[in-house]
Design a protein around this ligand. Structure first.
Ligand code: ARG
Length: 610
């Protein structure tokens, strides 16, 4: 089962081939001008060039053969040789009937499923989970849903940042605040307490506190002569010893000091519990909760291997892999395996992770959904992995994304200018959604519990749709008021559209209307049927380019097509013949099915009513 464009492409390809032309030129796609036709084929022009013939003549030869196809109503030759194809009502009736019966609502499947690893989330233990990781989580989740839906075998990995200097810093912090804990006693031989000595709140307080102590100077923003200037001033919190203490603690932790390991495990466990709660709230699930530390166990082996094969070479006391190429237009520094202090860092960790995944999950493709500002890092790592022979560069992809900015055009912050925590951000959206629902009077007579559930769904729909409907690589401005609105191209508008169809279904049921054979007669019915047919193409494109905004566009266009259909093709109105009611109800059912399927691929759940 596939969409009409695909079926037509096959049939028109046959026609081209029958005339001694390249069958690939018979490719048919949705019309650029839906007012003129449903589909178009532009192959006559290229075919004419290849055969040194007149394109209109070729189009004229092909057209009647296309018109003779069962699916086709009429074909026009336009301009230099465009073939404009209008399909028959029967073709649309057949296709919509298929979509209604299909478990995937006409979404299709990939031809050859692959084993795909998606690395997203990427929060760091202790460092507050801030808004910057939100985009990774939302986009990564949408991609995992889409890839899985189309048939790939997907494994998602949160890849926690659990192994850097921040760990040593926290150990120092805890050891200074609670020096009597057994973790710091070298003579302690018993079991460490089961309960964590620190909470998530402690970690979120300690990290910035101790990170602050490492900074000798602060940058302050002042206005001089009407201009903003940045000045460095001494930091009163600064302590000269903290960095060295943190470095030592980190090295000891990595070397396996027993108490530090036990304490670190608590940091990770506490963070994971917090994150899992946050993810549950967002409706996001990860298959693996691995971290940078999991890669680190492989690093001694990797260092040894790369040194002995002379893949890594010594440079100023560091060990590096040169990754630059003739064709590089930008500066391409080497991949850093070990720095001049002999320590491993972010490059090496990612290399370890690649090898770990190669041995455990054996992915055909790995997607890294990470801020676009890390593009150079991934370029270096992917090239180095190929040079090392660990993984094909082509199977590793950085799925970069732009920054989410506040209305001032700067990265989104709290009103006080601090880093906004994910939890607080979601709460703000929920409060706003509740406010908006109250204003509109929606759900006024529902129970408090149901109203709260609806507000939560509206808030998440607003956040996710706003994020995903933007072109992934671009920065965008987050405007909560605009995104929580029920009008415009927003998540709440789509929820409302889906709920309207659900309520229509309930009323039709009450009136004893039963869905029946599809009959596409009105223009609005045609438009809706063609939109339903476009789902598969939209998903394939979003899949190929890793761009969930294509799904957003599709569900929005579908909701719009349904809205005109609803206005012009009444179902519940007296006087509408029974068979027409039955057909329209079936179309509405197919729409709801596809709308909910499409929304689920962008992680949006619809309430029953609102
Ligand atoms: N923890 C990193 C950060 O906050 C992101 C990790 C991304 N994934 C990766 N395999 N490097 O920037």
């Amino acid at each position: 089962m596939t969409d009409i464009a695909n079926i037509l492409s096959g049939a028109v390809g046959d026609i081209f081939e029958g005339l001694g032309l390249d069958r690939k030129l018979g490719q048919v796609r949705r019309a650029d001008r839906p007012d003129l036709a449903d589909f178009q084929c532009n192959g006559a022009m290229a075919a004419a060039k290849a055969a040194k013939r007149n394109p209109r003549e070729i189009a004229g030869e092909v057209a009647p053969k296309i018109e003779a196809l069962e699916l086709v109503e009429s074909v026009d030759v336009a301009g230099p040789g465009f073939l404009n194809i209008t399909v028959s009502a029967a073709a649309l009736e057949g296709r919509t009937t298929e979509i209604l019966a299909d478990g995937k609502a006409g979404g299709g499947s990939v031809e050859t499923p692959r084993n795909v690893m998606i690395d997203f989330g990427g929060w760091n233990v202790a460092k507050p989970m801030h808004i910057g990781h939100l985009r990774s989580t939302i986009i990564g989740d949408s991609l995992q849903r889409l890839f899985r839906f189309l048939g790939d075998d997907v494994t998602s990995d949160v890849h926690l940042g659990d192994w850097g200097l921040q760990m040593g810093l926290l150990i120092v912090g805890v050891s200074e605040e609670q020096p009597d804990l057994p973790y710091f006693d070298d003579n302690f031989e018993g079991e460490y307490p089961e309960e964590s000595p620190v909470s998530m709140d402690d970690l979120e307080r300690l990290y910035p506190l101790y990170a602050g102590k490492m900074k000798a100077e602060n940058t302050v923003e002042t206005i001089e002569d009407g201009k903003t200037v940045y000045k460095k001033v001494p930091n009163p919190e600064y302590r000269e010893d903290v960095r060295a203490l943190a470095q030592t603690a980190t090295a000891e932790l990595q070397a396996g000091r027993r108490g530090y390991r036990a304490l670190w495990k608590q940091f990770c466990a506490v963070t994971q519990i917090g994150l899992e709660r946050e993810c549950g709230d967002l409706g996001v699930q990860f298959d693996l909760w691995k971290g940078e530390s999991d890669a680190n166990v492989l690093l001694p082996e990797i260092v040894e291997d790369l040194k002995s094969r002379k893949v890594a070479v010594e440079s100023d006391g560091a060990w590096v892999i040169y990754v630059e190429r003739e064709s590089d237009k930008k500066d391409m520094p080497p991949f850093m395996l070990l720095n001049s202090q002999g320590a491993v860092g972010y490059h090496a960790t990612d290399m370890g992770t690649i090898l770990d995944r190669k041995r455990t999950n054996k992915p055909d493709l790995t997607l890294y959904v990470v801020d676009a500002r890390q593009a150079l890092h991934f370029e270096q790592v992917f090239r180095a992995a190929e040079i090392a022979g660990y993984e094909k560069e082509a199977s590793l992809e950085h799925i970069g994304f732009g920054t989410m900015n506040g209305k001032d055009g700067k990265p989104f912050k709290t009103r006080e200018g601090g880093v906004l925590k994910l939890h607080d951000f979601i709460q703000q959206a929920k409060d706003k959604a509740r406010e908006r629902l109250e204003e509109t009077g929606m759900g006024a007579d529902f129970s408090a519990e149901e109203r709260a559930d609806i507000a939560d769904k509206v808030a998440l729909a607003a956040i996710k749709f706003a994020d995903l409907s933007n072109v992934r690589t671009k920065n965008y401005v987050f405007d909560l008021d605009q995104f929580v609105a029920f009008e415009g191209k927003t998540g709440p508008y789509l929820l409302y559209a889906a709920v309207r169809v659900k309520s229509l279904m309930r009323r039709a049921k009450e009136e004893g209307i039963v869905a029946g054979a599809m009959k596409i007669e009105l223009k609005e019915e045609r438009v809706l049927a063609l939109q339903l047919d476009a789902f598969e193409g939209a998903l394939k494109l979003a899949y190929a380019n890793r761009t969930p905004h294509g799904i957003c566009d599709h569900v929005y266009n579908l909701a719009q097509a349904f809205s005109s259909f609803w206005t012009n093709a009444p179902i519940l109105k007296a006087g509408v013949p029974d068979d027409v009611k039955a057909s329209r109800l079936a179309l509405a059912q197919a729409t709801l099915k596809q709308l909910e399927t499409g929304l689920s691929l962008i992680g949006i759940e619809t309430p029953e009513r609102m």
